[in-house]
Design a protein around this ligand. Structure first.
Ligand SMILES: [Fe+2]
Length: 132
């Protein structure tokens, strides 16, 4: 399965949607690598990229929220903080010898959590920003 920023995942904010596409592209690259049997060596690299990209992307979302007085800033930011920590833990737990199935499963689980966040919380933010 490949991840795609389908209509139902679009927030309507150009910057947020562009960065969400980048995130999903990184995930797809990882899945492609897995399909070619390169998963173990690529997962750590892709995991590190995701960790870094997520950090920058969350800052952009939080700046938009603060600038526009988003009423759910506190809870949205709290999710971002927990997510960054959880994703970092998953990436840090990948052994130097290469990712195991359980690492791939944990990373995949984190992507699922992020897609759900996009589907509900980021879309809610997008609607709010469009009314501004
Ligand atoms: Fe968010």
């Amino acid at each position: 399965m490949r991840y795609e920023l389908t209509k139902d995942l679009e927030t309507g904010n150009a910057l947020i949607d562009k960065e969400h596409r980048e995130l999903l592209k990184a995930v797809n690259d990882l899945l492609d690598a897995c399909g070619k049997g390169e998963g173990r060596s690529s997962v750590q690299k892709t995991g590190a990229f995701l960790s870094n990209y997520v950090k920058t992307h969350f800052i952009h979302e939080e700046q938009l929220q603060q600038k526009n007085g988003y009423p759910e800033y506190t809870s949205h930011k709290a999710f971002h903080e927990k997510y960054k920590k959880d994703l970092n833990d998953v990436v840090a737990n990948i052994p130097p010898s290469g990712a195991e199935m359980k690492d791939l499963a944990a990373l995949n689980n984190q992507i699922g959590v992020l897609v759900t966040h996009i589907r509900f919380e980021d879309k809610k933010l997008g609607k709010f920003l469009q009314r501004k």
